[in-house]
Design a protein around this ligand. Structure first.
Ligand code: FES
Length: 220
Protein backbone atom coordinates (compact mmCIF):
# COMPACT_ATOMS: atom_id res chain seq x y z
CA UNK A 1 0.00 0.00 0.00
CA UNK A 2 1.11 3.56 -0.61
CA UNK A 3 2.19 5.31 2.55
CA UNK A 4 3.26 8.92 2.77
CA UNK A 5 5.93 9.83 5.29
CA UNK A 6 6.22 13.55 5.77
CA UNK A 7 9.13 14.82 7.82
CA UNK A 8 9.79 18.45 8.73
CA UNK A 9 13.29 19.65 9.61
CA UNK A 10 13.98 21.01 13.05
CA UNK A 11 14.44 24.80 12.95
CA UNK A 12 17.92 26.02 11.99
CA UNK A 13 19.13 22.56 11.01
CA UNK A 14 20.09 23.29 7.40
CA UNK A 15 23.76 22.59 8.17
CA UNK A 16 22.87 19.15 9.45
CA UNK A 17 20.75 18.47 6.36
CA UNK A 18 23.54 19.47 4.00
CA UNK A 19 26.17 17.54 5.94
CA UNK A 20 24.00 14.41 5.91
CA UNK A 21 22.83 14.77 2.30
CA UNK A 22 25.62 12.72 0.67
CA UNK A 23 24.89 9.78 2.98
CA UNK A 24 21.17 10.23 2.38
CA UNK A 25 21.56 10.13 -1.41
CA UNK A 26 23.92 7.18 -1.28
CA UNK A 27 21.56 5.26 1.00
CA UNK A 28 18.60 5.93 -1.29
CA UNK A 29 20.38 4.30 -4.23
CA UNK A 30 20.12 0.93 -2.55
CA UNK A 31 17.04 1.39 -0.43
CA UNK A 32 14.19 2.79 -2.50
CA UNK A 33 11.02 0.71 -2.75
CA UNK A 34 8.61 1.35 -5.61
CA UNK A 35 6.59 4.44 -5.10
CA UNK A 36 5.34 7.75 -6.26
CA UNK A 37 7.57 10.41 -4.82
CA UNK A 38 10.79 11.07 -2.94
CA UNK A 39 11.92 14.62 -2.56
CA UNK A 40 12.43 17.67 -0.44
CA UNK A 41 9.80 20.04 0.89
CA UNK A 42 10.53 23.75 0.49
CA UNK A 43 9.50 26.86 2.34
CA UNK A 44 7.22 29.42 0.69
CA UNK A 45 10.19 30.93 -1.16
CA UNK A 46 10.53 27.66 -3.09
CA UNK A 47 14.23 27.41 -2.27
CA UNK A 48 14.75 26.89 1.43
CA UNK A 49 14.71 23.26 2.48
CA UNK A 50 11.98 22.56 4.97
CA UNK A 51 11.73 18.77 5.11
CA UNK A 52 11.33 15.60 3.12
CA UNK A 53 8.38 13.76 1.70
CA UNK A 54 8.27 10.10 0.74
CA UNK A 55 5.26 8.41 -0.84
CA UNK A 56 6.25 4.81 -1.28
CA UNK A 57 4.80 1.36 -1.58
CA UNK A 58 5.29 -0.65 1.60
CA UNK A 59 3.90 -3.99 2.58
CA UNK A 60 2.46 -2.51 5.74
CA UNK A 61 2.90 0.22 8.33
CA UNK A 62 5.58 -1.73 10.16
CA UNK A 63 7.69 -1.88 7.00
CA UNK A 64 7.35 1.89 6.55
CA UNK A 65 8.43 2.48 10.13
CA UNK A 66 11.45 0.24 9.74
CA UNK A 67 12.41 1.96 6.48
CA UNK A 68 12.28 5.51 7.81
CA UNK A 69 14.06 4.51 11.01
CA UNK A 70 17.07 3.52 8.90
CA UNK A 71 17.08 6.63 6.71
CA UNK A 72 20.20 8.81 7.28
CA UNK A 73 18.37 12.12 7.86
CA UNK A 74 16.13 10.41 10.36
CA UNK A 75 19.02 8.73 12.09
CA UNK A 76 20.85 12.06 12.26
CA UNK A 77 17.86 13.44 14.21
CA UNK A 78 17.17 16.09 11.58
CA UNK A 79 13.41 15.80 11.64
CA UNK A 80 10.72 16.92 13.93
CA UNK A 81 7.15 15.91 13.24
CA UNK A 82 4.81 18.84 13.29
CA UNK A 83 1.09 19.25 12.89
CA UNK A 84 1.21 22.45 10.90
CA UNK A 85 1.65 21.27 7.32
CA UNK A 86 -1.67 21.98 5.61
CA UNK A 87 -1.40 19.14 3.15
CA UNK A 88 -1.05 16.48 5.83
CA UNK A 89 -4.66 15.35 5.69
CA UNK A 90 -4.25 14.35 2.07
CA UNK A 91 -1.89 11.54 2.86
CA UNK A 92 -2.65 8.19 4.44
CA UNK A 93 0.62 8.42 6.29
CA UNK A 94 1.50 6.66 9.49
CA UNK A 95 3.08 9.91 10.58
CA UNK A 96 -0.13 11.72 9.80
CA UNK A 97 -1.90 9.08 11.80
CA UNK A 98 0.32 9.85 14.74
CA UNK A 99 -0.18 13.56 14.97
CA UNK A 100 -3.87 13.66 14.17
CA UNK A 101 -5.67 13.07 17.42
CA UNK A 102 -8.66 10.76 17.57
CA UNK A 103 -11.83 12.08 19.20
CA UNK A 104 -13.13 9.56 21.75
CA UNK A 105 -16.60 11.10 21.62
CA UNK A 106 -16.84 10.24 17.92
CA UNK A 107 -15.57 6.73 18.53
CA UNK A 108 -17.53 5.93 21.71
CA UNK A 109 -18.85 2.38 21.71
CA UNK A 110 -16.16 1.11 19.35
CA UNK A 111 -14.62 -2.18 20.51
CA UNK A 112 -10.82 -1.88 20.37
CA UNK A 113 -9.94 -5.47 21.22
CA UNK A 114 -10.59 -8.22 23.77
CA UNK A 115 -8.90 -8.50 27.14
CA UNK A 116 -7.48 -11.87 26.11
CA UNK A 117 -5.66 -10.16 23.21
CA UNK A 118 -3.33 -8.64 25.80
CA UNK A 119 -2.32 -11.94 27.38
CA UNK A 120 1.00 -12.41 25.56
CA UNK A 121 2.54 -8.93 25.54
CA UNK A 122 0.31 -7.06 28.03
CA UNK A 123 -0.23 -4.49 25.30
CA UNK A 124 -1.72 -4.19 21.86
CA UNK A 125 -1.39 -1.75 18.97
CA UNK A 126 -4.94 -1.20 17.74
CA UNK A 127 -5.54 0.63 14.46
CA UNK A 128 -8.93 2.28 14.36
CA UNK A 129 -10.50 3.91 11.34
CA UNK A 130 -12.92 6.78 11.25
CA UNK A 131 -13.85 7.68 7.69
CA UNK A 132 -10.62 8.36 5.80
CA UNK A 133 -8.62 8.77 8.97
CA UNK A 134 -6.94 6.11 11.00
CA UNK A 135 -5.23 6.14 14.36
CA UNK A 136 -3.01 3.96 16.45
CA UNK A 137 -4.09 3.34 20.03
CA UNK A 138 -2.00 1.34 22.47
CA UNK A 139 -4.06 -0.69 24.89
CA UNK A 140 -2.16 -1.76 27.99
CA UNK A 141 -2.80 -4.18 30.83
CA UNK A 142 -1.04 -3.31 34.06
CA UNK A 143 -1.61 -5.12 37.34
CA UNK A 144 -5.10 -6.13 36.34
CA UNK A 145 -6.21 -2.72 35.08
CA UNK A 146 -6.66 -1.67 31.48
CA UNK A 147 -5.29 1.66 30.18
CA UNK A 148 -5.16 3.11 26.68
CA UNK A 149 -3.11 5.90 25.12
CA UNK A 150 -2.73 7.48 21.71
CA UNK A 151 0.33 5.79 20.24
CA UNK A 152 2.31 8.96 19.68
CA UNK A 153 5.46 9.83 21.60
CA UNK A 154 5.39 13.41 22.96
CA UNK A 155 9.01 13.83 21.91
CA UNK A 156 8.75 13.53 18.10
CA UNK A 157 5.17 12.40 17.59
CA UNK A 158 6.06 9.01 16.19
CA UNK A 159 4.70 5.65 17.37
CA UNK A 160 6.41 4.14 20.40
CA UNK A 161 6.64 0.68 18.87
CA UNK A 162 8.62 -0.26 15.80
CA UNK A 163 7.01 -3.62 15.32
CA UNK A 164 4.00 -5.46 16.62
CA UNK A 165 2.63 -5.20 20.12
CA UNK A 166 5.88 -4.82 22.03
CA UNK A 167 5.52 -1.68 24.14
CA UNK A 168 7.05 -2.64 27.49
CA UNK A 169 10.75 -2.35 28.25
CA UNK A 170 12.81 -5.32 29.37
CA UNK A 171 11.88 -4.83 33.02
CA UNK A 172 8.21 -4.98 32.11
CA UNK A 173 7.54 -1.91 34.24
CA UNK A 174 7.57 0.91 31.69
CA UNK A 175 6.30 1.60 28.20
CA UNK A 176 9.30 2.27 25.99
CA UNK A 177 9.62 4.50 22.94
CA UNK A 178 11.96 2.61 20.65
CA UNK A 179 12.99 5.76 18.79
CA UNK A 180 15.02 7.50 21.53
CA UNK A 181 14.33 5.47 24.64
CA UNK A 182 11.73 7.48 26.56
CA UNK A 183 10.11 5.52 29.42
CA UNK A 184 6.47 6.02 30.37
CA UNK A 185 4.45 4.79 33.35
CA UNK A 186 1.76 2.36 32.15
CA UNK A 187 -0.74 3.74 34.65
CA UNK A 188 -0.89 7.34 33.46
CA UNK A 189 1.56 7.62 30.56
CA UNK A 190 3.89 9.98 32.44
CA UNK A 191 7.43 10.07 31.04
CA UNK A 192 9.98 9.36 33.76
CA UNK A 193 13.10 9.09 31.60
CA UNK A 194 14.22 10.24 28.17
CA UNK A 195 14.03 13.36 26.00
CA UNK A 196 10.38 14.07 26.83
CA UNK A 197 10.73 13.56 30.59
CA UNK A 198 7.90 15.31 32.42
CA UNK A 199 5.49 15.06 29.49
CA UNK A 200 2.80 12.43 29.13
CA UNK A 201 1.20 10.21 26.57
CA UNK A 202 -2.30 11.29 25.69
CA UNK A 203 -4.76 9.01 27.50
CA UNK A 204 -7.59 7.49 25.53
CA UNK A 205 -10.72 6.65 27.55
CA UNK A 206 -11.82 3.03 27.54
CA UNK A 207 -13.74 0.65 29.77
CA UNK A 208 -13.95 -3.11 30.01
CA UNK A 209 -17.33 -4.52 29.11
CA UNK A 210 -17.26 -8.28 29.61
CA UNK A 211 -14.29 -9.33 27.53
CA UNK A 212 -14.43 -6.28 25.28
CA UNK A 213 -12.30 -3.14 25.67
CA UNK A 214 -14.57 -0.34 24.51
CA UNK A 215 -14.05 3.39 23.78
CA UNK A 216 -16.04 5.66 26.09
CA UNK A 217 -16.71 9.41 25.73
CA UNK A 218 -14.06 11.71 27.11
CA UNK A 219 -15.04 12.83 30.59
CA UNK A 220 -12.97 16.04 30.34
S1 FES B 1 10.41 9.91 19.62
FE1 FES B 1 12.11 10.40 20.81
S2 FES B 1 11.74 9.34 22.68
FE2 FES B 1 10.02 8.93 21.50
Amino acid sequence: MLIAIMCLDKPNHLDLRMATRPAHLEWLKANVPDGVYIGPLFDDDGETFKGSLYILDFEDIAAARAWIADEPYYKADLFEVGDHAPQQKHFPSYLVRCFMLPDPDELAGRVLCQVEDLAATKAKDVIIKNGDEQYSIMVVQWKGDIHAFVNSCPHARVPLNMLGDTFFDLTGNYLLCTMHGAHFRPTDGYCTRGPCRGKSLRPFPVEVNGNDIVVVPDAA
